[in-house]
Design a protein around this ligand. Structure first.
Ligand SMILES: Cc1cc2nc3c(=O)[nH]c(=O)nc-3n(C[C@H](O)[C@H](O)[C@H](O)COP(=O)(O)OP(=O)(O)OC[C@H]3O[C@@H](n4cnc5c(N)ncnc54)[C@H](O)[C@@H]3O)c2cc1C
Length: 388
């Protein structure tokens, strides 16, 4: 219907993929994206580690990633000749202790059955394949041979925004202050200026701020901003051939340009709601990050920190999984939020799901209802074991 109006709150990766995908699905009505910070400087997308993995504990997340892999490999097909997100499939290596071997092998079997190219490696095989690393305390490593890797999230965001604009999506520089409800529907998005944008559909893609948007209408979205720091450094070792490594200790590290980036989550009791706080966790660098890193990769005993930044994970406290699809009562309110650290890789599939729902009233290509609102309402987590 050409008279239908979609208003999307949040213009970063989730909002822009929803907008662009709507046009791909043939939506001919108006699409307005409301974005409070057109510089996108502090959004999670811009500050992320921009990596993609097909190693998840639930089939639905593996499927979302596989679509992301296909999308990134074929970026020029979607966004035209010259589109480049510097996608590198150098693999994800996820290490586990001896007590995790059986569970991790079962995980690999599931991932392979879903179509992901993952193998399990013993400590001896790990030593042969990754001679610059030490594997004390490791019982298994799982490795994404193809598909898993990293890319440039900023370029991806720029491409999808530009493509959406070219298809008639309008971006409005404004802050949404709340939603106007009547007759069991969202009928408008209220702006801080006092204006109201009338809508037939509203998509909440406000990332770490998505709970704030719906709080006043009585929806308790368990999504909060949690600060995660990225350290960017150089080491006396070539990054060529290095995978993205997730260690048993909780550290992660991967090549970035001619150096590396890495990080570690803060302890749970030092991980409050970080609204407005973008100061990096400098104290985590020396210890534990660096000491754990050097224990795993001895050449990183000496390194030079170049810079650090912090961004916000949009953590879904219920189960660290995305919240995707309609609200049960306000059925024209669609969520695309709460991806808790894996939202950039899942954005192409999430945008497609939102667009399918709005244009056809259901999920066509991939049934993502396991990620729906009802589990949040019922406080029934969908456990995902592979989260960082
Ligand atoms: C350090 C770090 C590392 C990460 N690493 C990875 C990774 O390797 N791979 C991966 O896939 N994901 C990763 N993530 C997670 C990923 O960045 C997020 O899941 C994803 O970016 C979420 O996208 P989003 O569009 O929902 O949120 P955002 O990118 O935060 O965008 C939300 C947008 O909404 C706008 N907004 C909010 N409220 C309002 C309002 N009321 N009115 C108008 N506009 C509003 C904001 O300004 C913002 O632009 C990482 C995140 C961090 C912080």
């Amino acid at each position: 219907m050409t008279s239908e109006r979609v208003v999307i709150v949040g213009g970063a990766i989730m909002g822009s993929f929803a907008a662009w995908s709507l046009r791909q699905q043939g939506f001919a009505g108006s699409i307005t994206v409301v974005e409070k910070d057109p510089s996108y400087r502090l959004c999670s997308t811009a500050l992320s580690a921009a990596s993609i993995r097909t190693q998840f504990g639930t089939p639905i997340n593996v499927q979302l990633s596989l679509y992301g892999v296909d999308f990134f490999r074929n970026i020029t097909r979607h966004f035209g000749t010259g589109a480049d997100i510097a996608y590198k499939e150098n693999g994800y290596l996820i290490l586990g202790g001896p007590d995790t071997v059986a569970a991790r092998q079962a995980g690999v079997a599931m991932q392979r059955a879903e179509g992901a190219d993952i193998i399990a490696l013993s400590p001896d095989e790990l030593t042969q394949r990754f001679p610059k690393m030490r594997f004390e305390g490791v019982g298994i490593g799982t490795f994404g041979q193809t598909g898993d890797g990293w890319f440039d999230a900023w370029s991806l965001l720029a491409l999808v925004r530009r493509a959406a604009r070219a298809l008639g999506v309008s971006y409005v520089d404004a802050e949404a202050s709340g939603l106007r409800i009547a007759g069991g529907q969202v009928i408008g998005v209220m702006l801080a200026s006092g204006d109201v944008l009338p809508c037939d559909w509203c998509v909440n893609a406000a990332g770490p701020a998505s709970a704030k948007l719906v709080k006043a209408i009585g929806i308790d979205l368990p999504v909060t901003p949690r600060k995660r720091t990225v350290f960017s450094f150089r080491a006396p070792i070539s990054p060529n051939g290095f995978p993205m490594l997730f260690d048993t200790s909780g550290i992660w590290v991967r090549p970035e340009g001619t150096g590396f980036i890495g990080g570690i989550q803060p302890p749970a009791d030092q991980d409050p709601d970080a609204t407005g706080d973008f100061e990096p966790h400098h104290h985590l660098m020396q210890d534990p990050f660096w000491s754990l890193l050097a224990a795993r990769i001895p050449a990183m005993e000496t390194l030079r920190l170049e810079r650090a930044w912090a961004g916000h994970y949009e953590v879904n406290a219920l189960d660290h999984n995305g919240i995707l699809g309609p609200h049960d009562l306000l059925q024209n309110l669609i969520f695309s939020t709460g991806f808790s650290g894996h939202g950039v890789m899942h954005a192409p599939a999430a945008g497609r799901a939102v667009a399918e729902w709005i244009t056809g009233g259901g999920f066509k290509t991939l049934d993502v209802s396991a990620l729906g609102w009802n589990r949040i309402r019922d406080k029934q987590p969908m456990p995902e074991t592979v989260v960082y």
